[in-house]
Write a protein that binds this ligand. Structure first.
Ligand SMILES: [Zn+2]
Length: 451
């Protein structure tokens, strides 16, 4: 934890540890798929998602990263390389979550060659009940899940279609009862090939011979997804483009779209395709208003290595936030490392909310600072305290939640000890952040929690 224990901190952490939680952002896809796809080889399993980025940052080559993540290479072969890289990273917050996970799940204090054998045994023995029990024991009452797009290892399909959406709309992508899926937007405005238009056409069972017909067909799919339980839109375009959306004319967009229609062998490419991407993004914001769906947006830090965070700064979104007043926006990840921009946007725009998913494990001191400053600057109804943001491994998410609870308790303790808040007010704020605010915002219909 990032503060010395004090009586106030201990009391707050005790109360916060008992609170129900809405997990505001996950890529977990339920026990059936995650248990099938999580590698049984412990180094591949432990480094899933985030720790691998720190190993990369420590100097591992791309080939070494592939080697460590290969489930078919034995732990013994990987160990010397992993041990060296782990030593370089062991104090980062990603490493802390990994260690917390090992402690919580397996009572392991230190990663050693021997302790990894124990992890391997447990991984092999996991079942559906174990998976779901983790959420129950952590007090998670709802999971807002970004799962309706192909997982990273199937991304080559990006410009051809989204088999996952097809399965979902056909009722073949079952999720546990507390899961609430979101509709992932980037695929549908980042159009590069005719094949994708064809995919939307076949799924909607509507022929597409113009931009207007594409919009109609896509809207049909979105309506059907909402009927099947989708609670929000999600956009993570920041991984591939600057999130500055201009407002191009429809004819500029149409000209690009028509190139694919009239000759399906043509391809569009960034940045020439920007007017079409931007036009469709704005169209989706209009649909969000119509369907009263909140819009989650990735802002700030990007997973993996060698991307450019400047294009992901939420400050670029200001014109979108300003134009679409009738849309509720949910900005992700504390916009790390652009803290001041996140606070400004949430303070200045009534339709902007801050979602602290992932950021507790990117930089817990930053999220502690962000929460404290948010209390002083932003109405507390606009802050969502936690999202685990993991693929495949719920155990990592639960460890992340432990770190988040400590960070929230630390931020609130500072404000109580400096007499800004009464202790009971701090408890109330934690309950709003972790549960009541997201429950209201996503209209999950759970009972209010009174701490
Ligand atoms: Zn995510």
């Amino acid at each position: 934890m990032l503060r010395s224990p004090s009586p106030v901190f201990n009391r707050l952490l005790d109360r916060i540890a008992q609170m129900p939680v809405v997990d505001c952002h996950e890529h977990l896809r339920g026990p059936e798929r995650d248990l099938r796809d999580l590698p049984c080889e412990p180094i591949a399993a432990l480094t899933t998602m985030y720790l691998i980025s720190d190993l990369w940052s420590a100097g591992a080559t791309d080939r070494e990263i592939g080697f460590l993540q290969d489930p078919d290479v034995s732990t013994g072969e990987k160990w010397p390389l992993f041990e060296r890289l782990w030593e370089a990273c062991r104090h980062t917050a990603y490493a802390r979550v990994t260690r917390l996970m090992l402690k919580q799940q397996y009572d392991i204090e230190e990663i050693t060659r021997e302790s990894l054998e124990l992890v391997a045994e447990h991984l092999a023995g996991q079942d559906e009940a174990d998976y779901l029990r983790l959420f129950d024991e952590a007090g998670i009452k709802a999971v807002v899940a970004d799962v309706l797009f192909p997982p990273p290892w199937e991304r080559p399909v990006r410009y051809f279609g989204s088999p996952v959406l097809r399965q979902f709309l056909q009722g073949r992508f079952q999720l546990p009862i507390i899961w609430h899926p979101v509709f992932s937007l980037p695929y549908y405005h980042e159009i590069r090939l005719y094949d994708f238009i064809d995919f939307v056409s076949s799924l909607a069972e509507q022929s597409i011979t113009s931009l207007a017909e594409y919009e109609e067909a896509l809207y049909t799919l979105i309506e059907r997804a909402v009927e099947k339980g989708v609670v929000a839109f999600k956009d993570q375009s920041a991984y591939r483009r600057i999130i500055a959306y201009e407002l191009p004319s429809r004819s500029d967009a149409e000209r690009l779209f028509n190139r694919l229609l009239i000759d399906p062998r043509q391809q569009l490419a960034w940045p020439d395709s920007k007017p079409l991407d931007d036009y469709l993004f704005h169209q989706m914001m209009r649909w969000a208003r119509e369907l009263e769906l909140p819009v989650q947006v990735h802002t700030g830090h990007l997973a993996n290595a060698r991307n450019r965070v400047d294009k992901a700064n939420a400050a670029h979104l200001a014109p979108v936030l300003e134009l679409h007043k009738g849309v509720r926006f949910d900005l992700f990840h504390g916009n790390w490392p652009y803290l001041g921009d996140a606070l400004f946007l949430a303070k200045n725009y009534p339709n902007v909310h801050l979602n602290l998913c992932w950021v507790h494990m990117i930089d817990p001191l930053y999220s502690q600072e962000l929460l404290k400053r948010a209390v002083l600057t932003v109405p507390h109804t606009k802050v969502f305290g936690f999202g685990g943001d993991y693929f495949l491994s719920p155990a990592h998410s639960m460890a992340h939640l432990t770190l988040a609870r400590e960070t929230i308790a630390a931020a609130l303790t500072d404000l109580v000890e400096s007499s800004w808040l009464e202790e009971e007010e701090a408890v109330q704020l934690a309950a709003e952040w972790l549960y009541n605010n997201p429950n209201r915002f996503y209209r999950l219909g759970l009972p209010e929690f009174v701490p």
